[in-house]
Ligand binder design. Structure first.
Ligand code: KIV
Ligand code: ZN
Length: 526
């Protein structure tokens, strides 16, 4: 793992900084909201992965986002921690307050520059855009000296004007210039040419780091990011599993492995410990509830599976016939059976660490207790089962309600009844019962009655966590409450219990988000 701070690392001309925005742009994926312990867990996993900069959130958007950025900034020591801000005094101050005590803090300011955004969104002239950028960059430097400026929608901005804005931002003190392909419109050739033009023509370009930030609307995010580096950019903004707004952001694992596998075409290095890619991918998928498609490059379940006879035969004779990377290099463990009923606390801790989870003694005690309960229900415990143990624990830290007991009665063609007992954060038990079309519907209604939170159920999905009859079931629900989509997941060897857990997880999240956004005054417009 790279131990250098980003600025020192970037002194090497071929070194590309990896700026991870899973916790900011990634978390903007609909339904992907994470609670504070989950964000902190991911931030530590990103640091262990070797990313150079972690964009931890957008502090002005809510007290919860502010707390997340501040907490992560206090805990992360090697990587730089960035907070996002629009080009306004309030935003910049809030981001500054969140990162000013970080070991390495960065304020990331953005302001749209393209004609479309200037005319329709901002209703501002070119001169006004430059003035705002300069004023806010100068103000941000009162908090930290590491300032990133992003001309939003840069790839659709007139090149000459983009050059003027970038020159002004550099002279005002920006140290990184990020030129986003905000709407995923650019082609690799165009995007590369934009960086080449800016680096060749903008005064002061040699004193800053240029950065790419690509969205995947046309499936070109990774290709565009790599083209940017060929054009002179030395920072790539990306997310684990490519999660993010709409079609997502450039996927970190794809960019890193492209450079790793094809140094002849991309002669660049990163500080990423590639063997941590699969564990980090799995953690992000598990905590955000955003599943990775099976055929996803690098981290998908089938990325290294050879189904056809011809391919299997070739791989058995010589792996390189059909494999361009080794599964071990990305951290894919072929023998996934790890622990069982006779495994001890120490073995559990070791395996959880390999998977990227850091548990303190009391969390480990609880995880071990849950592990033993699970071992009584299923003989073989896989990595995926261990992820579920940690996920459930992180889930309960901020939970207002937990399940104490469930009793469900259902029959073919009849009305189902569920009696549910929950315990709230003060330890009080509350029991209520409800009927429904089926057992799941009845349980959800009983939970609504107890928590007094009614929400619309948008989706309900069941799948098994691992293979086999004993496997745990995973239920994912998506609910809408006051126009906000929230997701919850639950696990159990009993599918009804998993359903109740998932629904309650979503309801608990509604409670936390409601508490966290109280006091939010700024509508997110610019
Ligand atoms: O896509 C984008 O333009 C962004 C900016 C805030 C950098 O996410
Ligand atoms: Zn973005």
């Amino acid at each position: 793992m790279n131990q250098q701070p980003p600025q020192a690392a970037s002194a090497e001309k071929s070194r590309v900084l990896i700026f991870d925005t899973t916790l900011r742009d990634g978390e903007q994926s609909p339904g992907a909201s994470l609670n504070l312990p989950e964000k902190v867990e991911i931030a530590h996993a990103l640091e262990a992965l070797g990313v150079d900069i972690i964009e931890a959130g957008f502090p002005i958007t809510s007290p919860g986002d502010f707390d997340a950025v501040k907490t992560i900034a206090a805990q992360i020591k090697r990587a730089t921690v960035a907070g996002l801000a629009r080009c306004t005094e309030r935003d910049v101050r809030r981001a500054g307050e969140a990162v000013e005590h970080a070991a390495h803090g960065r304020i990331h300011i953005f302001l749209a520059t393209s004609k479309i955004h200037r005319e329709f969104k901002l209703k501002k002239a070119k001169a006004e855009i430059i003035r705002l950028a300069v004023e806010n960059i100068r103000m941000a430097r009162n908090f930290v000296k590491d300032i990133e400026f992003s001309p939003e929608d840069a790839s659709r901005t007139e090149l000459e004007f983009l050059g003027e804005v970038v020159a002004a931002a550099i002279s005002a003190g920006a140290t990184t210039i990020n030129c986003p392909d905000t709407v995923g419109y650019a082609s690799p050739g165009e995007y590369r040419a934009m960086f080449e033009y800016l680096i060749a023509n903008v005064p002061g370009a040699g004193n800053v780091i240029f950065s790419s930030h690509c969205h995947d609307d046309l499936g070109l995010a990774a290709a565009n990011s790599l083209a940017a580096v060929q054009g002179g950019a030395r920072q790539i903004e990306c997310t684990i599993n490519g999660i993010g707004e709409r079609a997502g952001n450039a996927a970190l694992e794809e960019i890193v492995m492209a450079m790793h596998t094809r140094p002849d075409v991309f002669p660049f290095t990163t500080g990423i410990a590639t063997r941590r890619l699969v564990p980090t991918s799995r953690m992000v998928s598990s905590l955000t509830g955003l599943h990775v498609q099976r055929n996803k490059a690098i981290v998908g379940e089938n990325a290294f599976a050879h189904e056809s006879g011809i391919h299997q035969d070739g791989v058995l004779k010589e792996r390189s016939t059909y494999e361009i990377m080794s599964p071990e290099d990305v951290g894919l463990v072929q023998n996934k059976l790890v622990l069982g009923k006779h495994s001890g606390r120490h073995a559990l801790r070791e395996r959880l660490e390999v998977l990227g989870h850091r548990l303190d003694e009391s969390q480990l005690d609880k995880a071990f207790e849950q592990f033993k309960i699970l071992c009584d229900k299923k003989k073989e415990i896989y990595d995926e089962d261990l992820d579920t143990l940690v996920e459930q624990q992180l889930e309960t830290i901020e939970s207002l309600f937990q399940i104490r007991n469930l009793q469900v009665m259902a029959s073919t063609g009849g009305v189902a009844t569920a009696t549910v007992t929950l315990v709230d954060s003060s330890g009080q038990e509350i029991t209520d019962a409800a009927t429904g079309d089926g057992p799941v519907d009845a349980m959800f209604s009983a939970i609504q009655r107890i928590t007094r939170i009614s929400a619309r159920l948008d989706s309900y999905q069941v799948r098994s966590v691992t293979a086999g009859r004993e496997a745990q079931g995973e239920v994912t629900v998506e609910i809408t409450h006051s126009d906000r989509k929230v997701r919850g997941r639950g696990f159990s060897t009993d599918i009804l219990e998993a359903s109740a857990r998932a629904y309650l997880a979503a309801i608990n999240r509604v409670r936390t988000l409601t508490r966290r956004t109280i006091g939010q005054a700024t509508p997110l417009e610019q």
